[in-house]
Design a protein around this ligand. Sequence first.
Ligand code: ZN
Ligand code: ZN
Length: 397
Amino acid sequence: MAELDLESAKARVTEEVDRRADLLLEISHRVHADPELLFAEHRAAALVATALEDAGLDVQRGAFGLETAVAARAGTERPEAGAVAVLCEYDALPRIGHACGHNVIAAAGLGAGMAAASVAAEAGGGLLVLGTPAEEGGGGKILMGERGAFDGVGAAMMVHPSGFDLTEPEVIAVASIRVTYHGRSAHAAAYPELGRNALDAAVLGYSAVAALRQHIAPSERVHGVFTEAGEKPNIVPDRAVAEWYVRSATLESLQPLKQRVRACLEAGATAAGCTMEWEPTAPEYSDLRTNRPLADLYRHNSARVGRVVTEPGPGRRVTASTDMGNVSYLVPSIHPMMAISPASVSLHSTDFADWAAAPEGDRAVLDGAKAMAMTVVDLWLRPGAMGEVRAAFGAGP
Ligand SMILES: [Zn+2]
Ligand SMILES: [Zn+2]
């Protein structure tokens, strides 16, 4: 077998992405035009799986017991250094569609995977492309990790669109909780004294959290919405439901904050003479440990496609949570952000959804695919690269 050198491998993966540009952008646009919610990304997962099969990867649909998860392999089986994993998200948000731009993530990951697969055997590397469902609330990557998705993986990467090209977002831990209040129904005019108002309980709990917010760390976040709040004004609501996200820097600091939020919400129930149920709706997302050597490789490759990736700074940061955080505790990981919109546009807005299918979103698909494919090639062929990545991971956060 002819020896493959690093520079020619990078040139080849870049050409592979360009050669498949039409397909990648078509998939990005099709996923964007057909938003599917967490764990129901059937058509998006099928598009990704079919494209990987067509590119010759060994594809498993419904991987790790999740209907909309995909696992595709190429290159050397069980390489000593571990396989390199590229992750594709594809879930959307209710009503505002692809306002987190996961169509860009799916197509960029797909492009990187197809391009890297084309040189994997020659490079002697192992590749794993994962389609990961339910980033928006379901913790798909956490469930996949618990079921062995990252066993034998040496490093993992994905890109996420935003208003900046950043090495890393400020990823903090989050708990997702559904709170259900139970009261007693009654005619609101004829028998108000017989009612116990579950909506009052929810409102008082919400107000208590608003007071709590004045006395939490600046980096902490608590936000909730009411998803059920009664049917008619003349029926005292006997049931109200709210969903809450509680965020703190780490899983450890999240625990006491969660208890303070719970106390606020229970105070609402007590005041209104109601009872309250508290149930997590997803596994807790952890903070993200960005692997520095891996981020450095990505930064150089990103610069090669004309994107200067910078460190977060004043006015240039994205504070959010992702289940990639949990992955970063299992294997060395990066989650860089790619600019597809002006910095003033918020993720999870209808404006951002428009950018995700605009020419800027398309450019991120191709740039992200190339930068990640070249980073995979670095891990395979650059002497000592994987060793540095592993050493930094072993050194801890
Ligand atoms: Zn999001
Ligand atoms: Zn997202």
